[in-house]
Design a protein around this ligand. Sequence first.
Ligand SMILES: N[C@@H](CCC(=O)N[C@@H](CS)C(=O)NCC(=O)O)C(=O)O
Length: 228
Amino acid sequence: MITLYDLVLQDDRRPSPFCWRAKFALTHKGLKWTEVPVGFTEKDKIAFAGSQTVPVIKDGETPVKDSWAIAPHLDKAYPDKPLFKSEMALSYARFVSGWVDTAVQPAMFPIVVADLYGIVRPVDQPYFLESRGKRLGTTDFADFQAKAREKGVASFRAVLEPARRTLREQPFLAGNHPAYPDYALAGAFLWAGIASPLALLEADDPVHAWRERMFDLYDGMGRKAKAA
Ligand SMILES: N[C@@H](CCC(=O)N[C@@H](CS)C(=O)NCC(=O)O)C(=O)O
């Protein structure tokens, strides 16, 4: 039995982009799991894995922490329907995940941070205020977000150019079928969409059409998520 420890905000919202990677990976492999919601200040729930962050999975008795470690673990433990069919597939997935971590999500964060804060559970808000306040250099998230949006979402959209070029040529980042690189970028859009009603993409952007395909995937798993 696989248990996924998943970040929870108000009204059972589950926006964590890294947890979405794990959910897509499990679904890709046709694996079932149960979820344990974890609030920002409920680190005790994931202490067994020696982790301060989610996702964490408990696969039988084996704890695995970090979204990137979870994927190869699943391929090793359940070789059917591999996430990574070759060394090159794994390397491409690592590259795209790294790009999402270091360029896409940091470009999204300032334009949705106040909306995100608005749906953090009240009990977790002081923690979020302090930890994210340190990261941004201010705890006035409303002002920070408003200023970030003044520049528009244009600079965010520019960051997506490598994906846009790829998606002009093929339906998914991984080719004709979705795979881990798509899950990594889709996780970022689920995170933003669950937190904020802000329109991030123009309707004629190839990334927009891809995002629709990703939200439809696996019986509309992403679309069913409670959004802002
Ligand atoms: N490198 C980690 C990052 C995980 C991560 O940052 N998770 C966030 C939720 S999206 C978290 O658990 N944050 C807890 C905190 O900020 O205290 C992974 O890929 O799993």
